[in-house]
Design a protein around this ligand. Structure first.
Ligand code: AMP
Length: 370
């Protein structure tokens, strides 16, 4: 896939095409509108959170080539809030207009095996891992890595879907059969050593087409039922570890040639940082930036994708972001009464269990000045 070398700023009034139309696309579209851009979203869902706030929405399957071609003809640049789209669709779009980030970035991020291979190839440590394509592979991998371990689908897993923990007594045939539960298909997997981490952090870095970059402070993430629950900033880690985390995210973005955002999730262990996974788009663990930074992750995303100068990622406040999952969003009136709270709702009609309905940022004056 050809790498887009152009660094000419896309002027306000141009149309940004966003693939995917969930809450990330919605908040990106709002940031784009603030800077005077038009947004056209593309996804299979009608009335989606992003479509509600965009100028135009194509409702079509991600592999509908005719719809993809029409979409590409109507926008000035394409980006993604969702990366699991077919290679052929991205190739078709890239024939017409700049696609940022480019296909090679999505290709690495779509697959846990290529992601881990990539991290290790540039000297970024991960949990020990083995590729697993059969029950025999799994038996061998568990012998080599030991228990406990985690078996994950290589592709399409999210929020704990497509993951099986392998404890001391887990039957491996059952674990192999269970892989892909909650997903349409399982495909190959990856076995990872279970990391007894001190905590989980993430860093979101923006990178422009000219190589300019800016990273947000590392965020401290607490998950509940495998879904991000609370993000706290500043993360309770030493400044040197914080610098290392930002350096890891920057090195990864640089090596991939990302134009846009890259979020890298890491485990904090007594022996240092281990990269877990990455996403080349805005990330749930960056929602705190909306109320605690000079430039938030969504504006930074728009700036990078449109080849504008990056904004300052400086944090002016401490923050805690709480995801509102399912019926949590029923608390909207109480949240609005809290003077420290900033409520963000995604316009989703039905509050199903496990569904991200919104988030609330609670901000305080900054306690550290590192
Ligand atoms: P992931 O889908 O890889 O982000 O995993 C979801 C969550 O499962 C992570 O945020 C961790 O809390 C946990 N997890 C994933 N992989 C491991 C591992 N190798 N060791 C321990 N916990 C893990």
């Amino acid at each position: 896939m050809s790498q887009d070398q152009s660094t000419r700023p896309l002027p306000p009034g141009s149309t940004i095409g966003i693939i995917g139309s969930g809450q990330l696309g919605r908040m990106a579209a709002l940031a784009a509108a603030r800077l005077g851009y038009r947004v056209h979203v593309y996804s299979p869902e009608a009335g989606s959170p992003a479509a509600q706030v965009s100028d135009c929405a194509t409702v079509a399957a991600y592999d509908d080539e005719a719809a993809i071609e029409r979409f590409a003809a109507q926008v000035d640049v394409v980006t993604f809030e969702f990366e699991n789209i077919p290679a052929e669709s991205v190739r078709l779009m890239a024939e017409h207009i700049p696609v940022r980030p480019c296909w090679s970035v999505l290709e690495v991020a779509q697959d846990r095996i290529s992601e881990k291979r990539f991290f290790n190839s540039i000297g970024i440590e991960t949990a020990p891992w083995r590729e697993v394509t059969s029950i025999d592979d799994l038996r061998k991998a568990v012998e080599e890595i030991g228990r406990p371990a985690v078996l994950k689908t290589a592709r399409l897993g999210y929020d704990g879907k497509g993951q099986v923990k392998i404890g001391p007594d887990t039957d491996l045939a059952e674990a192999w059969a269970a892989l892909g539960n909650g997903l349409d298909s399982a495909g190959p997997g990856v076995l990872e050593g279970f990391i007894d981490f001190l905590g989980e952090i993430s860093v979101i870095v923006a990178r422009g087409a000219d190589g300019e970059w800016a990273a947000f402070d590392p965020a401290w993430n607490i998950h509940h039922d495998h879904i991000l629950d609370i993000t706290t900033i500043p993360a309770p880690i030493a400044p040197s570890l914080s610098d290392q985390a930002m350096d890891i995210a920057h090195r990864a973005a640089e090596a991939l040639g990302v134009v846009g955002l890259l979020a890298v999730e890491m485990f904090v262990t007594p022996n240092g940082l281990l990269a877990n996974e990455m996403a080349p788009r805005p990330h749930n663990s960056g929602h705190w930036t909306m109320d605690a930074c000079v430039t938030d992750q969504f504006e930074q995303f728009v700036r990078a994708v449109c080849c504008l100068p990056l904004g300052s990622p400086e944090r002016h406040s401490d923050a805690e972001m709480k995801n509102l999952i399912g019926s949590d969003a029923d608390q909207w009136l109480d949240i609005l009464r809290d003077p420290a709270a900033k409520l963000h709702l995604y316009g989703k009609a039905e509050a199903r269990p496990g569904r991200k309905m919104g988030h609330v940022n609670r901000i305080r004056p900054r306690s550290d000045h590192s």
